[in-house]
Design a protein around this ligand. Structure first.
Ligand code: G6P
Length: 605
């Protein structure tokens, strides 16, 4: 959470900082600020609210060629101008993403020397850097500060007495460094600087970057200059633009087809199991799988459990990353821990990975962002290839995770000789149907727009289903609540009657997801139980179930999806519900890409 940008070069830096912060807003948007050098004086401008509000306060034509900026997701202290970054103390100005864990203790030590104004941990980090900078050169000061502070941080620093240089350090929070021609950048994410370059360096723990008009220098822990491998962002600059769509979320839903095609092209271009095996790790030595993630990644894991158990006969459990750390770990060489994360930086998932590794468990990351912490620290990684996702509510990246899990189920099933080569290849060919059916759903967008009109004025919705449909309910319900703020509950259809049904009132919308024929009648009964208590029912189901079981008109509306290979059925079931959530939020006039209180990448525990 929190986005950082820093720039030094020939351009007017305020413009670069504001544009960068806008691309980073998905990381937090309760306040923002910039610090820049003007005639050898560091000026700071801060504002609460979105970056737009900061922009309104700024004259972007001010001549300054070096500055740092920050967009915040509050952790320590309310969103306010005082708590917003940059923080200036002594002769030091910093922007920070992460959490300084020992800040209370450090604050006590420093209180006699510094007058703290904010409630933040960041101001304490600035003070400790400033303190060491008084009697050391800047590199030594930063080295000492890194030793002293604990927690996670990506920090950009400017010193009053060296106003033409930006320094950067990091531990556990993401930060990239770039240098092109006479310009240098620091940023939380490549999206912030993609307009200028797609080449970047990853700063490792203990390293220090120094950026000035003379170029970029990176130092190791011993303060010796080092050369680092350059990384090239493989995505496209269009990833960071709306391309005519009103919101990133809608654009990203429409991008789902490209994501599926990318995955096929990269892992099994001829829909052939032999290619897939070459490109995926071998899972046959494992008897058990534990999938760990947060939010939608956890929901993808729930779908994965169903697929791995039913197709590959692999005993699978799913854990929320934030809970895994409190569990008793049973080290087992025959168990694989799969960490799912779009950003690859989610603090809880990263910590779960580290715990698993400490216990000598094998780990596999299913990650979208290249070279992110989880991708780098996992024993193996499979990339989701969903491209850059900007809307806070994930859509295409969640579906990419589910498709990757379906492919793991196919590979494992084949390796375990549950299916033969022909079967495996025919499963893979079914991805074509998935792609075609997703196209049809997206062409039929108007339908979901109309459906949204029927429910957008409610304050509560339910999503109920059984088995794999319950996992889909979890994701559909999360989409609905996080962007429309309509309270939404996902419930196993059979469990509703044990208490929660008391919330059903006249006209409460209840969505039933029914994609499995064997359990269709049971979910239908549960839906009717809510109808008897006044609910309005909406159903998402396959053509076949619709024809066979849904002749009596007890529901308000129905979304009918094609029946495809159950391995991919979840994917085409979710797309319409993402569109529905989008249109409901739009009718309610909410800020769809940046819902309140949220951030896309949660790098605090
Ligand atoms: C945040 C986002 C969710 C996301 C979750 C996990 O809460 O708002 O959309 O599912 O983090 O993020 P990750 O990057 O680990 O997939």
């Amino acid at each position: 959470m929190c986005g950082i940008i820093g720039y030094v070069g020939n351009k007017k830096c305020l413009e670069v900082l504001i544009n960068g912060l806008k691309s980073l807003e998905y990381r937090g948007y309760d306040s923002s600020g910039i610090a820049y050098n003007q005639n050898n004086k560091i000026k700071i401008i801060k504002s609460t609210g979105k970056v737009q509000e900061l922009e309104n306060k700024i004259d972007k034509n001010i001549l300054s060629d070096i500055g740092i900026g920050h967009t915040r997701w509050a952790t320590h202290g309310i969103p306010s101008v005082i708590n917003a970054h940059p923080h200036h103390i002594g002769k030091t100005t910093i922007v920070h993403n992460g959490i300084i864990e020992n800040y209370i203790e450090l604050k006590k030590e420093l209180e006699k020397k510094y007058h703290f104004q904010s409630e933040t941990d960041t101001e304490v980090a600035a003070a400790i850097i400033d303190y060491y900078a008084q009697n050391n050169n800047k590199l030594e000061a930063l080295k000492k500060a890194m030793k002293k502070i604990t927690g996670s941080y990506a920090i950009g620093i400017i010193f009053d007495d060296e106003p033409e240089t930006i320094y950067a350090i990091r531990k556990d929070s993401p930060m990239i460094i770039a240098n092109k021609d006479n310009e240098s950048f620091i940023a939380s994410d490549i999206a912030a600087i993609l307009e200028y370059t797609n080449e970047y360096y990853l700063l490792d723990e203990g390293e220090i970057a120094k950026l000035s008009k003379n170029g970029l220098t990176i130092y190791n822990n011993d303060l010796q200059e080092i050369k680092k491998k350059i990384n090239i962002y493989q995505g496209n600059i269009n990833d960071a633009m709306k391309n005519g769509y009103e919101h990133f979320m809608l654009k990203e839903i429409h991008d789902e087809i490209n994501v599926y095609e990318n995955i096929v092209k990269s892992y099994c271009p001829n829909y052939n199991i032999d290619d897939l095996i070459k490109n995926f790790p071998n899972f046959s030595q494992y008897e058990k799988i534990k999938i760990i993630g947060c939010g939608s990644a956890y929901h993808a894991g729930m779908v994965g459990k169903y697929l791995l158990e039913n197709y590959a006969n692999m005993e699978t459990s799913v854990e929320m990353a934030s809970e895994y750390r409190y569990e008793k770990i049973f080290p087992n060489k025959k168990e694989l821990i799969i960490l799912i994360s779009q950003s690859g930086e989610t603090a809880d998932t990263l910590e779960a990975l580290r715990i698993a590794k400490k216990n000598n468990l094998d780990t596999l990351g299913i990650v979208n962002v290249n070279s992110s912490s989880i991708a780098r620290e996992s024993d193996n990684v499979i990339y989701c290839l969903a491209g850059c996702e900007i809307a806070v509510a994930t859509t295409k990246a969640y579906l990419a995770q589910v498709l990757i899990l379906s492919l793991i189920a196919i590979v494992s099933s084949y390796n375990k000789k549950i299916i033969n080569k022909d079967q495996a290849n025919s499963y893979l060919l079914d991805i074509k149907k998935l792609i075609n059916n997703t196209k049809e759903i997206l062409d039929n967008e108007k339908y979901y727009q109309n459906l949204a009109h029927k429910i957008y004025q409610n304050n509560i919705t339910f999503f109920i289903g059984r088995g794999i449909d319950y996992s889909l309910c979890m994701e559909a319900s999360l989409k609905m609540k996080e962007i429309s703020y309509i309270h939404s509950e996902a419930y196993p259809a059979g469990e509703l009657k044990h208490g929660t049904i008391s919330l059903i009132e006249e006209n409460t919308p209840v969505f039933g997801i029914i994609t499995e024929e064997e359990i269709a009648l049971k979910t239908i009964s549960n839906l009717k139980e809510t109808k008897a208590r006044g609910s309005k029912i909406y159903i998402i189901t396959t053509e076949k179930i619709y024809q066979k079981y849904l002749n009596d008109n007890f529901y308000e509306d129905v979304i009918i999806i094609k029946e495809i290979n159950p391995l991919f059925q979840s994917l085409i079931t979710i797309t319409p519900l993402q569109l529905l959530a989008y249109y409901v939020a739009k009718l309610r006039g909410e800020d769809i890409d940046k819902p309140r209180n949220l951030a896309k990448s949660v790098t605090v525990e």
